[in-house]
Ligand binder design. Sequence first.
Ligand code: ZN
Length: 137
Amino acid sequence: MKSKTVYLTFNTKNKIEIVRITDQVNEAIAASGVKEGLVLLNPMHITAAVIVNDDESGLHSDYLRILEQLVPYRADYRHNDTGEDNAASHIWRQLIGHQVVMAITNGHLDLGTWEQIFYFEFDGQRNKRVLVKIIGE
Ligand code: ZN
């Protein structure tokens, strides 16, 4: 079995941002030499997520509107009593689901027609990493 670990680094311009990373993941798979296997994508920070869905800007706006309705950015969360201001970012990450595992077939991501992979930043403007762990043959 082959295995390769890659760390993608992001420093988003905005505090909240959605970044398509499908191509970067496929490049990491190509470099690994794995033809059949799995890739785990774990954002290594507790205020970010990796998701799989449509690359459609209206949908991305909808995510943000719904998250803001469910868990508004405001000051009165208990977590913010610690001196931080990012309680909503932590909760958004939990609601959206934090990591994904995807299939590798013939040396590429085996995606559905409309599937794309995104890094979903909820508290950016600083260096943050996504772990890409590739295993297979
Ligand atoms: Zn925090």
